[in-house]
Design a binder for this molecule. Structure first.
Ligand code: GLA
Ligand code: GLA
Length: 702
């Protein structure tokens, strides 16, 4: 592994030295307009006590900043900006365009978004605007310019926060504005109607288009809508919201060319609509919001999305813009975080490359739709478990400052993540509605964690060159280009592992012919004639003992040199191959044709590990009880050891314990339940150890 040069370690967002200058950023969304002035004074005292050094300000302040069209009131924001600066707290200042004021929608109801069934969404919540509305755009850019001009040069300003979670509630707008913009997008992408008719397969059900104006967004129709149209509308919608980002960014670049800007992504299990791989070049630094899923899989789920975020950022440091200190308020049941989880979650993001740890929000609201959402200062106030944890985390981040600026260390195994496969594999009118792309991704990721194998969750567009093993769970949409890239991995003597319902369609959701898995048939050396989805409660057992639910496939042919690793043991497919492996020189291509879950795929990986070195367990992972995360600045390696369990784990460590991590004199560490330990190791010593054939300089104890 080559070490990144120190110059590469500096993220693009260190434009002025104000961000990331050798310390973690720590803070929250700050909404002082919800509170009287005496609370602001207490806020400053408590922020200092917690070690807060940055806040995101003004995110939902439009109605107060522009109380009437074109009339500005910056007085209170001036005061807050000055107050923060006096207290040594920097500001990630919002353009404040996320939630338009009531006067705007009264004056221009035509900015309100429309759902697929024609319902016009009313004001009264937030994000009630069409991404493609020229009217909204004009008002939003006027506000952006006014704020940028007002605060350009303010000493507290260190970054711009464009809008907020763009597309969170309004990504799919089916209005006439959207229809017009969609047609322009389609013309740019297809050039001719003939090309579009071919791509969408409009010979089906008399859908042939004779004029661009005939094309609409995929609004509610009597039955199944055109899949090519749906996919393009999803792509268009992701791009349309990005156009808004670009428009605000252009104003900011013009007024404050030296101030970095970002917008908070939502790389998370519950948000799948934006292809963030196509957004990363539109921000000076990647920032993300993540909310913990309740229950047993929450921790691993957090790790998965933080991992993807780190790889979207190209391994460079990124900014955790929002997560929660404790409970959220928008799932069915919203339990508080358990002891240790506040620190664990923050440090897991840090282990995956975050150089900023921020929350929604500073002070828990008293009124409004989010009054039961936790904050750094809860309803109970300073004397509370949450605030004590907040203070402890601030101190811990201070003690870990040396980690900032370091990159994620690349793993040897990649799990390929593709937004379009997520969208399309979950489409209506499929063989079953039971398939879940994110669950399949997570099954592989968790199996790797269980086996103690570090992996990168890699956006499909990223280079595969550095990976010994590339795992493609349910890579449903496969273009010729993607097929060639995967074939290259195997030709290169490396390994590809693919799971069911992959390679099935091209970039227009048209099925590849000649047998499944379509585009990947030659690579894998298998031909599938039929999908055999399973009814609920009717699982199928494999020879290995693995159990398939939801999905199986009828493999009818194997190419020469394909080994059968597992077979269907009962059901209609009894005796047929279920898991196969094609060897090609030093490389191989493995296919798992059934949904066998986390335990099943762990069994497959364990089998492959016999002759694929990259699949060997890291001893420090303590048989999967610990997630091993690693960052490096070239000279040093920072290893984060996250206890995945509710029991303490004994580890034997080499290197210097950092922050609150404490080892015995002989390097023994009892890693508390849900705790994260951090160790600093000299990269040169590690390289020498590796040369001696020692896989890891530390080990886990039984
Ligand atoms: C999102 C938003 C915040 C807040 C939180 C609550 O992340 O950006 O304004 O609504 O969700 O979880
Ligand atoms: C009906 C319709 C056909 C086809 C089938 C599919 O019978 O007439 O056009 O859609 O359903 O099951």
């Amino acid at each position: 592994m080559t070490s990144p040069a120190l110059t590469d370690v500096r993220p693009r967002w260190v434009k002025d030295g104000a961000l990331g200058a050798g310390r973690f950023r720590y803070g929250a969304d700050y909404n002082p307009e919800q509170w009287p002035r005496d609370v602001w004074q207490e806020d400053m005292r408590l922020m200092r006590e917690a070690g807060v050094n940055i806040v995101s300000l003004g995110i939902f302040s439009w109605a107060l900043l522009e109380p009437r069209p074109g009339e500005w009131d910056f007085s209170w924001l001036d005061e807050v900006m000055d107050l923060l600066h006096e207290n040594g707290i920097d500001v990630d200042l919002a353009t404040a365009t996320a939630s338009p004021p009531p006067w705007l929608t009264r004056l221009h109801p035509e900015v309100l978004p429309q759902t697929a069934d024609g319902t016009v969404l009313s004001p009264g919540a937030r994000q009630h605007w069409r991404p493609t509305s020229p009217v909204f755009r004009e008002y939003a850019l006027r506000l952006t310019r006014a704020i940028a001009e007002r605060y350009a040069g303010h000493p507290a300003l260190v970054a711009w926060h464009i809008s907020n979670e763009l597309g969170c509630h309004n990504i799919y707008d089916y209005s006439d504005d959207a229809a017009r913009a969609f047609r322009v997008w389609l013309q740019e992408h297809y050039g001719t109607l003939d090309a579009l008719n071919d791509a969408w397969g409009t010979a089906f059900w008399s859908q042939h288009y004779g004029a661009w104006d005939e094309i609409l967004p995929p609004r509610v129709a009597p039955t199944q809508r055109n899949p090519g149209q749906q996919l393009d509308f999803e792509r268009f919608s992701s791009d349309a919201v990005r156009d808004h980002l670009r428009a605000e960014a252009a104003v900011l670049r013009e007024v404050t060319p030296d101030v970095a800007y970002t917008t908070n992504f939502m790389v998370a299990q519950n948000v799948r609509d934006i292809d963030y791989a196509t957004w990363v070049d539109d921000v000076d630094f990647v920032s993300n919001d993540h909310y913990l899923r309740p229950g047993e899989l929450g921790r691993d789920d957090l790790s998965f999305w933080a991992n993807l975020t780190g790889n979207l950022a190209g391994g460079r440091p990124w900014f955790l813009m929002e997560h929660a200190t404790s409970a959220i308020n928008w799932r069915e049941v919203n339990p508080p975080k358990r002891a240790g989880e506040l620190v664990r979650d923050a440090l897991t993001h840090v282990g995956h490359g975050a150089d900023a740890v921020c929350y929604f929000q500073w002070r828990q609201s008293r009124a409004g739709g989010e009054r039961y959402h936790s904050g750094m200062v809860p309803h109970a106030g300073r004397d509370s478990r949450v605030f004590r944890d907040v203070v402890a985390l601030g101190a811990e981040l201070d003690a870990l400052a040396a980690v900032t600026g370091s990159h994620r260390e690349k793993a040897r195994v990649a799990v390929l993540f593709d937004y379009e496969s997520w969208w399309v594999s979950g489409r209506d009118s499929h063989p079953t509605e039971a398939l879940q792309y994110d669950a399949e991704q997570l099954a592989w990721y968790r199996a790797l964690l269980d086996l103690g194998i570090r992996a990168d969750v890699l956006p499909l567009a990223a280079s595969l060159d550095d990976y010994d093993v590339v795992i493609a769970p349910m890579l449903h949409v496969v273009t010729d280009e993607v097929r060639r890239r995967l074939e290259h991995v195997v030709r290169d003597g490396r390994h590809v592992v693919v799971s069911y319902f992959s390679g099935i369609v091209d970039g227009h959701d048209r099925v590849w012919l000649g047998g499944y898995p379509g585009a990947l048939r030659d690579l894998l050396g298998v031909t599938v004639e039929e999908f055999v989805p399973l009814l609920p409660g009717q699982p199928v057992t494999l020879g290995s003992g693995s159990v398939a639910t939801t999905w199986t496939e009828r493999i009818v042919r194997l190419a020469d040199g394909v080994d059968v690793l597992d077979t269907y043991a009962d059901g209609d497919l009894a005796g047929a191959p279920a898991v196969t492996r094609r060897r090609a020189g030093a490389g191989s291509a493995t296919y798992v044709s059934a949904d066998i879950g986390r335990d099943g795929v762990a069994g497959v990986l364990r089998g492959l590990s016999v002759d694929i070195d990259a699949l060997a367990a890291d001893p420090l992972a303590a048989d999967g009880r610990v997630e091993v995360l690693s960052r490096t600045n070239g000279a040093e390696r920072f290893v984060f050891l996250a206890n995945r369990t509710d029991e303490s784990v004994l580890l034997q460590l080499d290197g210097d314990a950092m922050g609150s991590t404490e080892t015995d004199a002989d390097g023994t560490l009892a890693l508390a339940p849900r705790a994260v330990a951090v160790v600093r190791q000299d990269a040169a010593v590690l390289a020498a150890a590796a040369a001696d054939g020692i896989r890891s300089s530390s080990t886990a104890r039984a």
